[in-house]
Write a protein that binds this ligand. Structure first.
Ligand code: 3PG
Length: 393
């Protein structure tokens, strides 16, 4: 159910779960993207006359009150984005604060993870939250992989609805892996295979090609007998890498590995680098980016694809020139998307940063701000926060 299923909202107390777990420095929000994403849902509920009570977590305080993890400074950032007053209260102050709310008011409650019952999904805490509202809206896809009291338990205690961001996110993801237009190509990069084993296993069974990039490609190359020298590599995962390769072959999925690489002896801006074939990495050097021939190969796969899903950069993109492959592939995917030839869905913290760095995040069909939740979705797992919205209780 979405907000379209709600007929009358005037005077209703809407408990809205959002993910405003935003990066902060010196008490100020440094990237307000997540706030901007949920702002339309807050504004819609408020404009329709509801009393909007925001529930959100911040960091990982583990059931304790930690002053640096208070959501209070985030309230002003929400206020700025919304251009609307945002009140603030702790859970102990919530009943009084809500009693004073006028229709259309917005109130942010303190970090849900200060409550010991939150991460335990304690039904008593969910009941306590439920007593504060008339209905529940979940707009926090990026926290939906957590079965916590405010993301899961509460959905069973009040009429529950998906917010606008949750709705958009689920529709985009459905286009990416649910009922995608084939061929589907996945780009999976990042440093370590160990964090993405389930994801690769799931993808090779579902998509037509998986392009493996970043540090994790080195583990595959090493498993194939290539000496990657000083490159980041999980040698103990050679068997796992071979298993993934075998699964891909069985499923008829192409596993695309780099054929050339940009290498250097240290990971530092301005470090002298050269391009070599992956089987000719000089002694003591490390692979820091995919080379130009690999980029061409990746572009050919993007060219062939009707759907692209992307998680993880292709090289150490934070430092030039090791951002070349990621930027080239991202720009090419953006071009194909812009002319309507590709549905491109990307997600994960580093991926969003990489696409922003390439200046093309806005050109992708959909860029998810979710980290862990996006990975769980790519692994084909059910997200408890989403499932709870579907439940009939
Ligand atoms: C995120 O930043 O990915 C979400 O806010 C979830 O945070 P968590 O990983 O601490 O549950």
């Amino acid at each position: 159910k979405t907000l379209d299923d709600l007929a009358e909202l005037t005077g209703k107390r809407a408990l809205l779960r959002v993910d405003i777990n935003v990066p902060m420095k010196d008490g100020r929000v440094t990237d307000a993207t997540r706030i901007e994403r949920v702002a339309p849902t807050i504004a819609e509920l408020s404009d329709r006359g509801a009393k909007v009570i925001l529930l959100a977590h911040f960091g990982r305080p583990k059931g304790k009150t930690v002053s640096e993890m208070s959501l209070k400074p985030v309230a002003s950032a929400v206020e700025e984005v919304l251009d609307h007053r945002v009140h603030f209260a702790t859970l102990d102050q919530a009943d009084d604060a809500i009693a004073k709310m006028a229709n259309g008011d917005v109130l942010l409650l303190e970090n849900t993870r200060f409550e010991p019952g939150e991460e335990k999904n304690d039904p008593d805490l969910a009941t306590r939250y439920a007593g504060l509202g008339d209905l529940y809206v979940n707009d926090a896809f990026s926290a939906a992989h957590r079965a916590h009291a405010s993301t899961e338990g509460l959905a069973h205690q009040l009429p529950a609805y998906a917010g606008r961001t949750m709705q958009t996110e689920l529709e985009a993801l459905q286009k990416g892996l649910g009922e995608p237009e084939r061929p589907v190509v996945a780009i999976v990069g990042g440093a370590k295979v160990s964090t993405k084993i389930d994801l690769l296993m799931n993808l090779v069974k579902k998509v037509d090609a998986v392009v493996v990039g970043g540090g994790m490609a080195n583990t595959f190359l090493a498993a194939d007998g290539i000496d990657v020298q000083a490159s980041l590599c999980e040698h103990d995962l050679a068997d796992t890498a071979r298993e993934i390769e075998a699964e891909a072959e069985k499923a008829g999925c192409a596993l695309v590995l780099p054929v050339d690489a940009v290498v250097a002896s240290e990971f530092k801006a301005g470090a002298p680098s050269e391009t070599v074939s992956v089987d000719a990495v000089p002694a003591g050097q490390m692979i820091l980016d995919a080379g130009p021939q690999s980029v061409e190969k990746i572009k050919e796969w993007i060219e062939r694809a009707n759907t692209l899903i992307w998680n993880g950069p292709l090289g150490a993109f934070e430092i030039e020139p090791f951002d070349t492959a990621t930027v080239a592939a991202a720009r090419y995917a953006a071009e194909r998307t812009e002319v309507g030839e590709l549905v491109s869905v990307a997600g994960g913290g580093d991926t969003v940063a990489a696409l922003n760095h390439a200046g093309v995040a806005d050109e992708f069909t959909y860029v998810s701000t979710a980290g862990g939740a996006f990975l769980k979705w790519m692994e084909g797992k059910t997200l408890p926060g989403v499932k709870a919205l579907d439940a009939d209780d």
